[in-house]
Design a protein around this ligand. Structure first.
Ligand SMILES: Cc1cc2nc3c(=O)[nH]c(=O)nc-3n(C[C@H](O)[C@H](O)[C@H](O)COP(=O)(O)O)c2cc1C
Length: 221
């Protein structure tokens, strides 16, 4: 796939098929994405590929935690407030997802079911977790992780796989630590759901939006 096409056609996938994702493919994608730039070539990232029984246990425990109303406790602080413009974009994407799935504003039952889907990684058959050693400052390493993630998602897309970067996947780090044997010295930064996109599912078909380039780019000659 042409790079430009890959950038323009990648989308967050919110429904995956049951087709398994092999560890070999994940290893190949990660090894290519390692060529992403990082501050001083520090390559601060570490990864964990979760599939099979471990992934299923993770999904089950996440759903149980949600049912029990367990408090979210991510290793990386979640933003609580946004300026109005960003808040409205954030709200927009939520509305688009719910509308695509015919979930009404008042339909608490369907909304709860959707959140269970999300903490089950939308049926993804693999989860790539990104960790950073706690001794590493978050300031630039978060940029580095972001660069890695975009490379990884584009490479996956190029291979016919879909991805969804999921903050939600790391909301219960104690569950991840116990099932995936992650040491306390590691900060669990983010997870990426990976799998074959279910192309017919409405959750994958709604129109994504971006503001016009002039909203973001000023030019000075
Ligand atoms: C750091 C980060 C965290 C995200 N967390 C979630 C999440 O928890 N749940 C979700 O459905 N999408 C999540 N997303 C996906 C975004 O909602 C998505 O990238 C955005 O709406 C733009 O849509 P697109 O990726 O299809 O272009 C996350 C994306 C990023 C970059």
């Amino acid at each position: 796939m042409d790079l430009r096409d890959a950038v323009l056609t990648r989308r967050s996938i919110r429904r995956f098929t049951n087709e398994p994702v092999s560890t070999d493919i994940i290893k190949e994608l990660v090894s290519c994405a390692l060529w992403s730039p990082s501050w001083g070539n520090t390559q601060p990232w570490e990864f964990l590929s979760v599939t099979g029984d471990a992934l299923q246990r993770l999904k089950d425990e996440n759903v149980k935690a949600l049912d029990a109303g367990k408090e979210l406790n991510p290793d990386v602080e979640m933003p609580q407030t946004w300026p109005a413009l960003q808040k409205s974009r954030y709200r927009d994407v939520g509305i688009s997802v719910f509308e695509s799935l015919n979930i009404g504003r008042e339909d608490l039952e369907k909304r709860a079911a959707y959140y269970k889907e999300m903490v089950s990684f939308f049926n993804a058959q693999a989860l790539l977790l990104v960790t950073l050693d706690k001794s590493i400052s978050l300031a630039y390493s978060m940029l580095d992780v972001g660069l890695f993630l975009q490379s990884f998602c584009l490479l996956a897309h190029d291979s016919g796989l879909g991805t969804c970067i999921l903050a939600v996947s790391v909301h219960f780090p104690d569950i991840l630590r116990s099932i995936c044997h992650i040491e306390d010295s590691k900060r669990i930064v983010i997870g990426v759901a990976l799998g074959k996109p279910d192309k017919d599912d409405a959750a994958n078909k709604f129109q994504r939006k971006r503001d016009n380039v002039d909203m973001f780019l000023k030019t000075i000659n």
